[in-house]
Design a protein around this ligand. Sequence first.
Ligand SMILES: C[S@@+](CC[C@H](N)C(=O)[O-])C[C@H]1O[C@@H](n2cnc3c(N)ncnc32)[C@H](O)[C@@H]1O
Length: 293
Amino acid sequence: MKPSGNVKQETSKEFDFTARDFERVRALIYQKAGIALAESKQEMVYSRLARRLRATGISSFAAYLDGLEAGRDADEWEAFTNALTTNLTSFFREAHHFPILAEHLKSRTGQLDLWCSASSTGEEPYSMAMTACEVFNTLTPPVRIVATDIDTNVLNTAANGVYTADRLDKMSPERARRFFQRGKGEQEGMVRVRQELRQLVTFKKLNLLAADWALKGPFDAIFCRNVMIYFDKPTQGKILTRFAPLMKPDGLLFAGHSENFLYVSDAFRLRGKTVYELDTEPGEKGRSALRHA
Ligand SMILES: C[S@@+](CC[C@H](N)C(=O)[O-])C[C@H]1O[C@@H](n2cnc3c(N)ncnc32)[C@H](O)[C@@H]1O
């Protein structure tokens, strides 16, 4: 007989995880963070949330989800969200963006403000900061970076700026020396982002779905890379519409390699490979899209 409704045979699992449990998780994380989990993510959800069940001592998914919904423990919402985010990142990921950012910074004057809107463990905003230091040839460039994420665990790692040394494997030795300190003794095998670089970046929790972002702007550039892929098109459109008034008129918006913002919002037009600018002449939009297709 088939174990109806169960995602996997109960016998092989520590906790019973039914199709209904999975649907509840999907609905909750969508409401909370905008993350649209695909059907194929059942195993991932099981293993990540099973850790929360163990940590809280709750013996079933149904009871755990009942507790969340009843709001019995506000902190558990945070842990639930943290468990379900995917935080893959690296220094100078999608490297072609950084020379474009460098040229953009060079062309501007005065205090420059950048926003990294899904900063994960910090590699992306620190790469933006390194780029700014190289442009102005100083560890104290006239640049402020606000780096935000919904996940409080990754934000703590990011603010600390401590990584295993292998995270720098693909970085030039010159960059690694200039911007990182090597750990000694107990810290052997670890590196830390230099204090001057850390001071350029302010980390804070921000849910891109929240009604109030509590960010002033306007920004010279916004990085929004590899996070929209988790959202459905209406959510992407709403977020992009809210980016527009936060940008300086000639600011740039950087997207991830598999993200296309042209068909979800009228606010931006393509300026180069996955780099967007505000669309001041909506009639031009279609032509611009065709040129870059
Ligand atoms: C795959 S990482 C991308 C990190 C970095 N931007 C990059 O491209 O390397 C996606 C990040 O988006 C964050 N995220 C997911 N949903 C979010 C939301 N609703 N608001 C803010 N950040 C969110 C996750 O916590 C995660 O750190």
